[in-house]
Ligand binder design. Structure first.
Ligand code: GAR
Length: 215
């Protein structure tokens, strides 16, 4: 079963949804570590409570990225991590980590991308007056909340919603979507056609390995 690590900065409710799915054998991989950039992040205690190794790693002097990603990569490699899941990790990643996990790093974002990338997406969608919000799981590339999309879930805005109830509905959708999307990503064949992620064997693979093995 593939070794996964989660990177998170805050509460860790998405991390917990992933960890519980893994415990039930529904994630398609096992979470071997939780890495955080925030020494006091509640997600660290949540991980320890769930019996998952929790590490706080240094970020250097920068606020929006990690100054030296080397120790982060070392920690992931030392634990044999094959796929990295970002779950409320509030720093942009750069060459060292992105280069080490090409098409092997996923993120969840609380909007229907490409609408409302960046911070405070739920509040900005609410203030914009959207009738439908939602969440997106995507591959991570060197651009903010912008890699190829793996899965999305829509959340309708009800007339009696408040920002708080809308927020709650989006988080509930995230907790369902992220484990499902990770499982699909890890257990089904997929390929890319430009920005599109297509699940199922690629046409080239079908030609190279016809069903039954002979023509
Ligand atoms: C989640 O809503 C996640 O989608 C968002 O941070 C929250 C973390 O909550 N991530 C982003 O906005 C990334 N751009 P959690 O710590 O309870 O999982």
């Amino acid at each position: 079963m593939r070794a996964l690590a989660v990177l998170a900065s805050g509460q860790g409710t998405n991390f917990e949804a992933l960890a519980l799915a893994a415990q039930r054998g529904e994630l398609g991989g096992r979470i071997v570590a939780l890495l955080s950039d925030q020494p006091e992040a509640p997600v660290l205690a949540r991980a320890r409570r769930l019996g998952i190794e929790a590490l706080h790693l240094p970020t250097g002097r920068l606020r929006t990225r990690i100054e030296d990603e080397g120790p982060w990569l070392d920690a992931l490699r030392a634990r044999g991590v094959e796929v990295v899941l970002l779950a409320g990790f509030m720093r942009r990643l750069h060459g060292t980590l992105l280069g080490a996990f090409p098409d092997r790093m996923l993120n969840i974002h609380p909007s229907l991308l490409p609408a409302f990338p960046g911070l405070d997406a739920i509040r900005r969608a609410w203030e914009h007056g959207v009738r439908t919000g939602g969440c997106t799981v995507h591959l991570v590339e060197d651009a903010l909340d912008a890699g190829p999309i793996l899965a999305q879930s829509a959340v309708e805005v009800r007339d009696d919603d408040t920002l708080a109830s809308f927020e709650q509905a989006i988080h509930a959708a995230e907790h369902r979507l992220y484990p499902q999307a990770v499982r699909r990503f890890l257990t089904e064949p997929w390929h890319r056609e430009g920005r599109r992620v297509i699940f199922g064997a690629s046409p080239a693979a079908a030609v190279a390995a016809p069903p039954g093995g002979s023509r």
